[in-house]
Design a protein around this ligand. Structure first.
Ligand SMILES: Nc1ncnc2c1ncn2[C@@H]1O[C@H](COP(=O)(O)OP(=O)(O)O)[C@@H](O)[C@H]1O
Ligand SMILES: [Mg+2]
Length: 596
């Protein structure tokens, strides 16, 4: 998703798209806000004219009272009208920020592992937060200023022209030159703005990674390396920020200067005209006052141009994310197969490579039939492809067409969401949210407590939870840091059991569990399976004690299915299964492992 500087698109398209998809629904707000803004500007330029009239009246010796009252009333009205215009235009900015954030989050939910494999979290976080905030600035303050500048320039310009076209031309030329010069720098602001947001993403990524690995960093006293790397990124970001500030610092005085030159031109050209009597002194003063109204507008213009450029850069990053291709699976509604019972799985000559490494075959020519409702073990050394086979069946990754069938239907033709709803996947590295144990088990609000307790008991977590002070309501800390590896695995297992899916996938979930607990777990899994219409269960493990009571074991070696059979059959045949069995049943069994 990274776009190099050379490819940066400096188009109006992102802005037009923003206006179409988001801003258009607030058209009423903008029209009303624009109206009040127009009034504000109208009053702001009418006041100088009144002052001009008053001065001419003063010279003619006519009473001034009328003008004083009018000017006072107009001044008061400006305050009210100006406030209203800001409210009416800023609020849609906030609403649009809210809508975009909502859409970005919804999109993140639809994107699949294949997308996330190619992203840093920091960059995604930065798009979803900083970039969206810039868009709010763009459509709120930016929108207001665009209207404001346009109106002030048109109104003041029109009044000025009606006072004296010559004077207007003389005053406007330097201003136009100033704006034109600044426009040059703005392209650079766009490029730098984009870079700045990308660098912010790298900083977020570094902070996220550091926080997650804090225990490892501190344990290995590696703080310095992480601080240094952070320092590099932070400095890079600072540099971009300073360059941005520099452009603004040059642009602003340039615009203010052009205003000063305009004032000078007014006096140089207008002074003689007033002396000759082509215009009155009052008109001359009114003209000067109009220019003074324009000056703050010019000052805000430098800022506005840079907000537009940065907002556009952020907008582009957001639309890139919103446009990230969704795997066709998520997009196409497919066949719905009967739910509520364990499916039969059939794997036909499955060869699979991960999308980012298309040349390395992680599974090779795997073919096997798994009956509905069976309990199937997957055995193989680390890296043999167990997790991959399970992800492909769960369709976290897409297998090639015609290789994986669920009740006779190609898994690619299934309705993805309907299929996922039937799955209960407990991954090898379970993720726990920093929430209570019961929320981690149920992943939904208002879940039935009794069902949570059943799942927890079936996952052999009961005694562990009794030992915790708040029981099921214990908050487990970031990623479940409060729990041991085995406890985390069993919370994840309880989550899988709570789902009551038709296909239960357990990826090495018993690896960090001691043998006594493991035995109890296998018992409760057996109760689940075996019943008619019960779920199909797939258990990956390199511990054979967990596979002993399965109906069938698949033996994988470097991506190939080298043997299939019941445990008692496999231990009779020479091969890695038998070797492992002999090794594991000799001695005191394998050492306790910690889930990786
Ligand atoms: N997301 C991934 N992208 C690329 N390669 C992967 C990915 N996940 C696993 N692999 C590779 O696939 C092979 C099989 O891994 P895996 O299925 O996790 O084996 P197992 O679960 O049996 O330990 C390994 O060589 C691993 O490096
Ligand atoms: Mg694995």
């Amino acid at each position: 998703m990274k776009t190099g500087e050379n490819k940066v698109a400096w188009g109006r398209r992102p802005i037009i798209r923003l206006l179409r998809t988001y801003s258009s629904r607030y058209i009423g707000w903008y029209v009303a806000g624009g109206l009040f803004l127009w009034l504000t500007n109208y009053l702001a330029v009418s006041i100088p004219l009144q002052i001009g009239h008053a001065i001419d009246a003063l010279r003619a010796g006519t009473p001034l009272g009328r003008y004083v009252v009018t000017i006072g009333l107009m001044g008061a009205a400006v305050i009210v009208v100006r406030t209203l215009s800001r409210i009416l235009i800023f609020n849609p900015g906030r609403y649009q920020e809210y809508l975009i954030r909502r859409d970005v989050f919804a999109k993140l939910m639809r994107l699949q592992p294949a997308f996330y494999a190619g992203q840093t979290r920091g960059d995604v976080v930065s798009r979803a937060s900083n970039d969206v905030t810039w868009v709010r600035t763009l459509v709120g303050f930016g929108g207001l200023q665009v209207l404001n500048v346009t109106m002030a320039v048109t109104l003041a310009g029109w009044k000025m022209v009606s006072l004296s076209p010559w004077l207007t031309a003389a005053a406007l030329v330097p201003i136009l030159i100033g704006v034109g010069a600044v426009q040059f720098g703005i392209r650079r602001v766009f490029v730098l703005g984009r870079r700045s947001q990308e660098q912010l993403g790298e900083i977020s990524e570094h902070v996220l990674g550091t926080l997650q690995g804090m225990a490892a960093i501190q344990g290995f006293v590696a703080e310095r390396a992480f601080v240094n790397r952070f320092e590099e990124r932070n400095q890079a970001w600072l540099k971009t920020g300073i360059q941005l500030a520099l452009i603004r610092a040059v642009a602003l005085p340039l615009l203010v200067l052009s205003g000063g030159v305009a004032m000078f031109m007014l006096l140089a050209v207008g002074g003689p005209m007033a002396i000759e009597g082509t215009i009155t002194v009052g008109e001359m003063v009114a003209f000067a006052a109009l220019l003074t109204v324009l000056l703050p507008t010019l000052r805000s213009m430098g800022w506005l141009l840079s907000v537009l450029a940065r907002g556009r850069a952020s907008l582009e990053r957001i639309f890139e994310l919103l446009d990230a291709p969704e795997t066709e699976i998520a997009a196409s509604p497919g066949v719905k197969v009967e739910a509520g019972r364990g499916p039969a799985l059939s794997i036909r000559d499955l060869t699979f490579s991960y999308p980012d490494e298309p040349d390395r075959q992680v599974l090779r020519g795997v073919s096997v039939d798994l009956p509905a409702g069976s309990m199937v073990g997957l055995f193989g050394r680390t890296g043999s492809g167990k997790s991959t086979l399970l992800s492909v069946v769960a369709r976290l990754y897409d297998p090639p067409r015609g290789t994986v069938f669920v009740d006779g239907v190609d898994v690619l033709d299934l309705d993805l969401l309907a299929w996922r709803r039937r799955l209960a996947v407990v991954p090898q590295r379970p993720f726990l949210f920093s929430d209570t144990i019961s929320s981690n088990v149920a992943l939904e609000r208002d879940a039935d407590n009794e069902r949570i307790e059943q799942a927890v008991a079936a996952a052999a977590l009961g005694p562990d939870i009794e030992a915790l002070q708040s029981g099921l309501d214990t908050v487990v800390g970031e990623r479940g840091i409060m729990l041991s590896g085995g406890q985390r695995q069993r919370v994840a297992l309880a989550r899988g059991l709570f789902r009551q899916g038709d296909l239960l996938i357990l990826d090495d979930v018993l690896s960090a569990v001691d043998h006594a607990t493991e035995s109890g777990l296998v018992d409760s899994l057996e109760v689940l399976g075996g019943t008619d219409g019960g779920p199909t269960v797939l258990i990956a493990s390199h511990r054979l004690s967990a596979l002993r009571r399965t109906d069938l074991v698949l033996v994988l070696d470097r991506g190939s299915l080298i043997d299939v059979g019941r445990h008692d059959e496999l231990i009779e045949r020479p091969g890695i299964y038998r070797e492992t069995w002999l090794a594991q049943s000799a001695g005191a069994g394998p050492a306790e492992e910690v889930a990786s």
